[in-house]
Design a protein around this ligand. Structure first.
Ligand code: 6LW
Length: 488
């Protein structure tokens, strides 16, 4: 896989939307059932991105409950800078759901409470202003509403704009841009799996009519052996030097046939040139090299923005204030199989990586898990005087290995190794090994599991792997958590 272009934002960061304000670029992604929602990134060059927050970080903005299924929640944001403010529009696929707008003067937050667009149906909303006082909200399908985003009011009925390429399914993810004399309507189509692609149409007005580009799809890796697949759901941005760039989602399937992708859909970057007034997408540009190991000592109040939890994590269940320098989790629900689990994790962002944590289970039980969803996870757990490795794959749940636990805090570890011979048709994409660090610093592996079962091809849905800490019963404390990229 050495020649595979790497994402600019690796790990589960799909449906990227980007905007520029002066010299600064900001980018947001979908976040589904995880809280806080909508990660926000900043960059000065479109290649190196730093997460500066999460737009939806309080329950008045984002109410996810145990009734919110995995892969529901928050979908497909659009981020725009207009009239001195940042505007974010998303679909909330739960609780009756709907399309909602948030605004901020600083993309790092705070973001406003939601403004509900009660009459705007559909998913993947876009916002565009035409300079004549109109704001256009375009949704998958592809239909368009004229709205006031500051009140949520809708004017008139939705208009059908375009159905995409005849015979190609799922026209979605619309973004509307004024470029030169034309309005461009860019969409994704073909579904977010192997058939995904990006197509575009143009017209002289924001509400059409639109003429499709004769070269559609302008981007797709469908039916190719390109190592990055499922490319689509894109957004465009112009640099101050006049050049155009596209951010898009793609996946990196590993192993034999059919290829399993593990980290979810990731954010990639490509240059865009123009020919006859149509955009031409160049080769994907690789992101930065994998960084150094990162340790979180939980030494400050609150959690860094990379930490996400299924649905929510009220302070009474998750705090760094209980035992200074430790993360304390109070269990709820019945553990990782339960939508109500108390799990705090970070996205797996590298095909090979290692994570370790120190756990104190004197008052409860818990562990370190690689989570896909409630039905698909592997974990190492300390409970009832035992350390055990468990696997949940669909309807099957089993203890894979166990050994007695010594008293006192333990260092638990997980190492993910990308397959060495991924071209072997029987090869899985990677191996996930769990173990314990002994008192002399050596690491004992208790079990190594085939990673294909924690992939989108097996689990389905829109998300990817998250590695983190959880409480199964009682109260559990974690002293620190290390994450180390090991990509070759
Ligand atoms: C999103 C749709 C898609 O709403 O996947 O890749 C859906 N595209 O546009 C969820 O991310």
């Amino acid at each position: 896989m050495t020649n595979t272009p790497t994402p600019v934002i690796p790990g589960m960061h799909p449906d990227p939307s980007v905007c520029r304000a002066g010299e600064d670029y900001y980018l947001v992604c979908s976040s589904f059932e995880y809280f806080p929602g909508i990660p926000v990134f900043h960059s000065r060059d479109l290649v190196n991105w730093t997460q500066i927050g999460n737009a939806l970080d309080r329950t008045s903005q984002l109410l996810l409950t145990a009734e919110t299924p995995s892969s529901a929640g928050i979908y497909a944001p659009t981020l725009r800078h207009h009239d001195g403010r940042f505007w974010l529009i998303v679909t909330s696929v739960s609780h009756g759901g709907g399309n909602v707008v948030f605004t901020a003067t600083d993309p790092a937050g705070p973001w406003s409470d939601p403004i509900l667009l009660s009459e705007v149906g559909g998913i993947d909303p876009d916002l565009a202003w035409d300079g004549e006082g109109n704001c256009w909200c375009t949704v998958a399908g592809v239909s368009q509403y004229r709205i006031d985003p500051s009140t949520g009011e809708t004017f008139g009925l939705p208009q059908r704009l375009w159905s995409g390429t005849p015979g190609v399914k799922a026209p979605e993810a619309p973004h509307l841009y004024r470029i030169g004399d034309h309005w461009y309507l860019m969409i994704a189509e073909g579904g977010t799996e192997r058939g995904h692609g990006v197509s575009i149409a143009r017209g002289l007005a924001p509400d059409g009519p639109f003429e499709p580009c004769p070269a559609n799809p302008i981007l797709s890796h469908r039916s190719t052996d390109d190592p990055v697949q499922n490319t689509g759901h894109a957004d465009l941005v112009q640099r101050p030097d006049g050049s155009w760039w596209m951010v898009l989602l793609g996946v990196r399937p590993g192993g034999g046939t059919p290829g399993w992708h593990l980290l979810g859909r990731e954010t990639f970057l490509a240059p865009v040139s123009w020919a006859d007034g149509w955009p031409v997408v160049g080769e994907l540009v690789s992101g930065p090299a994998a960084g150094e190991a990162e340790r979180d000592d939980f030494a400050h109040t609150g959690l860094r923005p990379c930490w996400i939890s299924p649905r929510d994590r009220p302070e009474r269940h998750c705090t760094t204030g209980d035992r200074p320098g430790w993360l304390t989790l109070n269990a709820r629900g019945s553990g990782l199989d339960d939508p109500d689990v108390l799990f705090v994790g970070r996205r797996q962002q590298h095909l090979s990586c290692r994570a370790r944590t120190v756990i104190d289970t004197a008052d409860g039980s818990g562990g370190l898990a690689v989570r896909f969803d409630e039905d698909h996870h592997y974990e190492i757990e300390v409970a009832s005087g035992e350390v055990r490795v468990l696997a949940r794959i669909g309807p099957l749940r089993t203890v894979v290995a166990s050994r007695p636990a010594t008293g006192g805090p333990l260092v638990l570890g997980v190492q993910v190794d990308e397959a060495v011979e991924p071209r072997d048709p029987r090869s899985g994409p990677d191996t996930i090994s769990f173990g314990v660090e002994e008192s002399d610093g050596t690491f004992t592996v208790l079990a190594s599991l085939d990673g294909r079962y924690l992939s989108t091809e097996v689990a389905g849905g829109f998300t990817g792997r998250v590695i983190g800490m959880y409480a199964a019963t009682g109260t559990v404390h974690f002293d620190w958590f290390d994450y180390e990229p090991l990509d070759r």
